[in-house]
Design a binder for this molecule. Structure first.
Ligand code: PMT
Length: 405
């Protein structure tokens, strides 16, 4: 979810320093590269070795590190986000004063990426006017403050000062990275799940799509900063956060929802398994069981991608091809017939991947004919790989700016 993003995690000398260990773990689980920077006081609570083992990266604590004499500048340059959790009252004061007397404070002065602070201290300190003044000063220069929670404190007091919960800090990190992500300004439309075509009032024709692939793509695009619309057929998945959800049932409803938005769509990802046929007639009531065979006449549904292609918009169009045999050959045929920019050929011939599964195995083929097979991966990981590939193609296609005179 944070794949490819580099977070510098600053840890300062609070009793809550041990909570930074859990935070580091959650950030790395989400795919972030995390470099830990500690103050001298933080090392009295947790050893650097703990952070080093979990981040698999060196932990820095010395402004005069012999490995890099301009460490504060190199770290600041590489960071997508600088998070200090926990941030003590002393840290807030040093940062508000523009002090640069150790690595962490020098880094804060050098950082041009978003800076987030999660303070932790006793309630009496938190409520002190000088602490509040420092917080105001930091907010005033655009530093994000994740307020502490209220609850029992190490002093025995109950009040505000406990480091915010891991989930709250992670949500703030994601939100900050989203608004600074590479896809800020892009409108991504994702279709997901099956469509359902009525036979009668209670019976339908549908398929085994769970929506997991499309929802994973929507989430990956959201994390990159895109404005995301998820057009979803019926699924059991929870409504994703931070995404505009349009619930549809039939292929015709999905067609309408896609075409209504196509003018403003930067990237269209058609991961839905749209029904190819629907009953010609759908009975308004429940068909009675007669005991003998019945025939249901099926007629084709609209080809949504075909219609999008005919509009010849600027949209980067990605189709999926669910195939049980001749995967690449059939996908290339669909890529050309539907005039796609990219097709994700989905092997649905084996259990454990494809429809309904948590994992997927695909081959991506672009308009130049380049074929990129990917191994079996969890759908959320795969979503990132697909978006990385789209990003790379679009960067190549974007004309370079005219040389400056
Ligand atoms: O939802 P999950 O359980 O996570 O499973 C994911 C998936 C297997 C459904 C997904 O990865 C996938 O492969 N989706 C495409 C399934 C499909 O309908 O493939 P197709 O080869 O029939 O269609 C080719 C493309 O045309 C698709 O992008 C489809 O959305 C689109 N289409 C199909 C029919 C139609 N009437 N209009 C369309 O635009």
């Amino acid at each position: 979810m944070l794949t490819g993003r580099h977070v510098v995690l600053g840890v300062t000398g609070s009793i809550a320093a041990y909570k930074a260990v859990g935070l580091l773990r959650r950030l790395t689980e989400r795919g972030a590269q995390v470099t830990v920077v500690m103050t001298a006081a933080a090392k009295r609570f947790v050893t650097p070795l703990t952070f080093q083992a979990l981040s698999r990266r060196p932990v820095y604590d010395d402004l005069f590190d012999p490995r890099d004499e301009i460490l504060h500048l190199s770290l600041a340059q590489a960071a997508d986000l600088f998070l200090i959790a926990p941030a003590t009252a002393n840290t807030l004061a040093r940062l508000a004063a523009g002090s640069a007397n150790d690595l962490l404070s020098s880094l804060a002065l050098s950082a041009r990426c978003p800076v987030l602070l999660a303070p932790a201290m006793d309630a009496v300190m938190w409520e002190h006017p000088l602490v509040q003044r420092n917080l105001d000063a930091l907010r005033g220069i655009g530093v994000g403050i994740i307020p502490p929670e209220s609850g029992p404190l190490a002093s025995g007091l109950v009040g505000p000062g406990r480091l915010a919960a891991e989930d709250v800090i992670l949500a703030a990190v994601e939100a900050r990275l989203e608004s600074s992500g590479p896809w800020v300004g892009a409108h991504v439309v994702v279709t997901a799940g099956p469509t359902r075509e009525a036979i009668d009032a209670v019976r339908t024709i549908t398929n085994r799509s769970s929506g997991k692939m499309g929802y994973a793509l929507a989430d990956a695009a959201r994390v990159r900063g895109a404005m995301v619309t998820l057009i979803t057929g019926p699924t059991d998945l929870p409504v994703p956060v931070g995404v505009d959800v349009v619930a549809v049932e039939t292929a015709e409803e999905m067609r309408r929802a896609v075409l209504d938005r196509i003018d403003k769509t930067t990237i269209l990802l058609m991961a839905a398994a749209v029904a190819d046929y629907r009953p010609k007639v759908s009975s308004p009531g429940k068909l009675k069981k007669s005991g003998s065979a019945i025939a249901i006449e099926l007629v084709p549904t609209p080809d949504i991608l075909g219609e999008v292609a005919a509009l010849r918009t600027e949209t980067f169009v990605v189709g999926f091809a669910a195939e049980t045999d001749r995967l690449v050959e059939r996908a290339i045929e669909k890529l050309h017939r539907k005039q796609l920019d990219l097709i994700v050929a989905n092997d649905v011939s084996r259990p454990g991947i494809g429809f309904g599964a948590d994992d997927n195995e695909v081959t991506m083929i672009d308009r130049t004919g380049a074929v990129m097979p990917l191994p079996r991966l969890p759908k959320r990981v795969l979503a990132d790989r697909i978006l990385d590939h789209i990003h790379a193609i679009r960067l190549q296609e974007r004309p370079s700016p005219p040389p400056s005179t």
